[in-house]
Design a protein around this ligand. Structure first.
Ligand SMILES: Cc1ncc(C[n+]2csc(CCOP(=O)(O)OP(=O)(O)O)c2C)c(N)n1
Ligand SMILES: [Mg+2]
Length: 585
């Protein structure tokens, strides 16, 4: 949806009474006008006096359209909603955070966006920076010098502009930087005095065509030719389809390249769908750890084409062990442009023989053109053993298979998966079938990301579905209210094992390693006694709630009812009681 569409066709919203469009303007009116000029459709927020000027401008100057406010019950949700929205639509959204405290609350989702290479325009506020203008107490505690330092290590750019004109430029620059690959969140901190100062006529808006994101850099032709030669002459090439775009053309080009070169392909469960996982060339279902078949495919390869794989050095290490890496490596990635010192979220340093420093979408069509057909047959993908047949208890696998059956004939988008998921449960066949993880491993991201993805899918016919842990839901569950309030249909399936089960497994490992009783692993981990009525938490926020679902026979009907609810425009949350346990690979 474009911001202009939002002017004429707003989603359910809090409509302001018409305000007379006067001839007087304030600093924040210019800032709000820039948001509209930049085509920002929504601004998710939790309110705060530090940006009451901007808040007023969005409501009373813009009429709460383009951008439209999305009220969130936690600052975290504001950023996660913007993250989920970009993951689906590729469109920049804004989030507004109140002074230092809102920013502190949102530090984790900003880190998630950073690791996920997701652009979000984060507007913060502070001040009055001029201490003589501060109200007693509150303005003093909520003003920090160098506020952006809280998030500087995991944002691409930040600024605290000193005038209205500088604020306008900062917002435009921030949006441009955020959306230029490698992408990431940006932070613009607006002083209350500047927001609330009366200005003369509204300044001229920037001509956004002149501040557009630059075209993606193309790889050097000689590197493309060399890579194509290497791949075409390989005995057993493997493609690692990592961080790729949602574009259908990009998807088709990857499939065509794999087929032309007869090369096996791996995808990553932490990243959005990049290749059909039920294609005969797809070597192993993606799972939280590299499957044995995936490691084997990598170890057997003589040429590896990494399309911005999330952890190339780690994948090589897991596959080769201590042996030297003998495969030739073609790396297609511009990610190193933002590798910095504070966080090594970019993982180990991989050996690379040909380095195409660009995005996969720029390189793949050129490689496809330059490659010659490889006639040698790729080894047939190992038949995936379906994890053990389900018994009469509800497991993640039972949920996976029921979901697979329930979405067989519909377009869906999986906006979240629980930690124990196995890629064999549900094939991804289109770019939007799966949008990947949160990036930074911050629990509590699930509900917000699902709502953001659902916002981008509203009226598209594609059903947004998120499967999430109970721990994840409990931390982020009040994002459900934003979905119900703004009528953003989505289905959340809580895979409720009543535990921080991932960490129970850690306690078990430590106990076993130390020869101590592993049966104590549940202590300080299990979310039980009292048992939490998650359906009631969803119902309390206006969602249709199903469950607890405890019987295998009820799983698929519950999911089908959930999908029907979403089709009818509702928000549905299912409390699916799953047995603790993960499929190994
Ligand atoms: C903000 C945050 N706190 C704690 C953790 C540590 N942690 C990782 S996984 C996990 C358990 C999540 O529980 P749940 O969502 O129920 O999934 P389960 O482990 O039960 O499959 C925890 C606590 C984290 N990653 N992020
Ligand atoms: Mg759990």
């Amino acid at each position: 949806m474009k911001a202009e569409d939002n002017l004429t066709r707003p989603i359910a919203h809090d409509a302001p009474v018409a305000t007379p469009q006067g001839t007087e303007f304030w600093g924040s009116d210019a800032m709000a006008a820039v948001l509209r000029a930049m085509d920002i459709p929504f601004i998710a927020l939790n309110p705060g006096a530090s940006y009451r000027g901007l808040h007023d401008s969005i409501v009373n100057y813009l009429g709460n359209r383009a951008p439209q406010m999305l009220l969130c019950l936690h600052d975290e949700h504001a950023v996660h909603i913007a993250q989920g929205y970009w993951k689906v639509s590729g469109r920049l959204m804004a989030a507004a955070l109140h002074s230092n405290v809102g920013l502190m609350h949102a530090a984790m989702p900003i880190f998630n966006c950073w690791c996920d290479r997701t652009p979000v325009l984060i507007l913060g506020a502070t001040g009055p920076w001029d201490a003589a203008k501060r109200r007693p107490w509150i303005d003093w505690i909520h003003t920090s010098s160098d506020q952006a330092a809280l998030v500087r290590n995991y944002t691409k750019w930040d600024n605290q502009p000193g005038s209205v004109a500088a604020a306008m430029e900062a917002m435009v620059r921030a949006a441009q930087i955020a959306q230029t690959a490698p992408r990431g969140p940006v932070y613009v901190n607006l002083d209350t005095t500047i927001q609330e100062e009366k200005i003369g006529p509204l300044p001229a808006m920037p001509d956004m065509a002149r501040y557009a994101v630059p075209p993606a850099p193309q790889p050097a032709p000689e590197l493309v030719a060399a890579a194509a030669r290497l791949l075409s002459n390989a005995k057993n090439p493997v493609m690692l389809a990592g961080r790729c775009s949602r574009s259908v053309e990009g998807w088709n080009a990857r499939v065509a390249l794999a087929e032309k070169l007869n090369m096996r392909v791996l995808t990553h469960i932490k990243l959005a769908a990049a290749f059909p996982t039920d294609h005969p060339l797809h070597a192993a279902p993606p799972a939280n750890r590299l499957a044995a078949a995936a490691k084997k495919a990598i170890a057997e390869a003589d040429v590896i084409l990494s399309l911005d794989w999330l952890d190339l050095a780690g994948a090589l290490k897991q596959s080769y062990g201590t042996k030297p890496v003998t495969a030739k490596i073609v790396q297609v990635s511009c990610d190193a442009h933002i590798h910095r010192g504070w966080s090594m979220d970019y993982q180990g340093l991989p050996p690379v023989d040909l380095y195409l420093m660009c995005e996969p979408d720029a390189a793949v069509p050129l490689l496809l053109e330059a490659a010659t057909e490889r006639v040698i047959k790729a080894p047939v993908a190992a038949t995936v053993k379906s994890p053990a047949t389900p018994g009469n208890t509800v497991t993640l696998q039972v949920v996976g298979h029921a979901l697979n059956a329930a979405v067989k004939d519909i377009d869906f988008c999986i906006a979240r998966l629980p930690l124990g998921w196995h890629g064999s449960y549900l094939p991804f066949r289109q770019p939007l079938d799966y949008v990947g993880f949160d990036g930074g491993g911050g629990v509590g991201a699930g509900p917000g990301i699902i709502v953001g993805a659902a916002l981008a899918l509203k009226d598209s016919g594609r059903i947004p579905i998120g499967l999430l842990g109970d721990g994840d839901f409990l931390m982020g569950n009040t994002a459900v209210w934003t979905a119900t309030h703004y009528k953003i249909p989505c289905l959340m399936i809580i895979c409720n094992n009543r535990s921080y089960f991932n960490d129970e497994r850690h306690q078990e490992r430590v106990a076993v390693a130390r020869g101590r009783p592993a049966e104590n692993r549940w202590i300080g981990q299990r979310i039980d006694d009292p048992d939490i009525d998650l359906a009631a938490m969803a119902r309390a926020q206006g969602a249709v709630a199903i469950g607890p679902v405890t019987q295998v026979a009820d799983v698929q009907p519950a999911i089908e009812k959930g999908i029907a609810t979403v089709r009818a425009g509702g928000v549905c949350v299912i409390d699916m009681r799953v047995e603790p346990g993960y499929d190994a690979e």
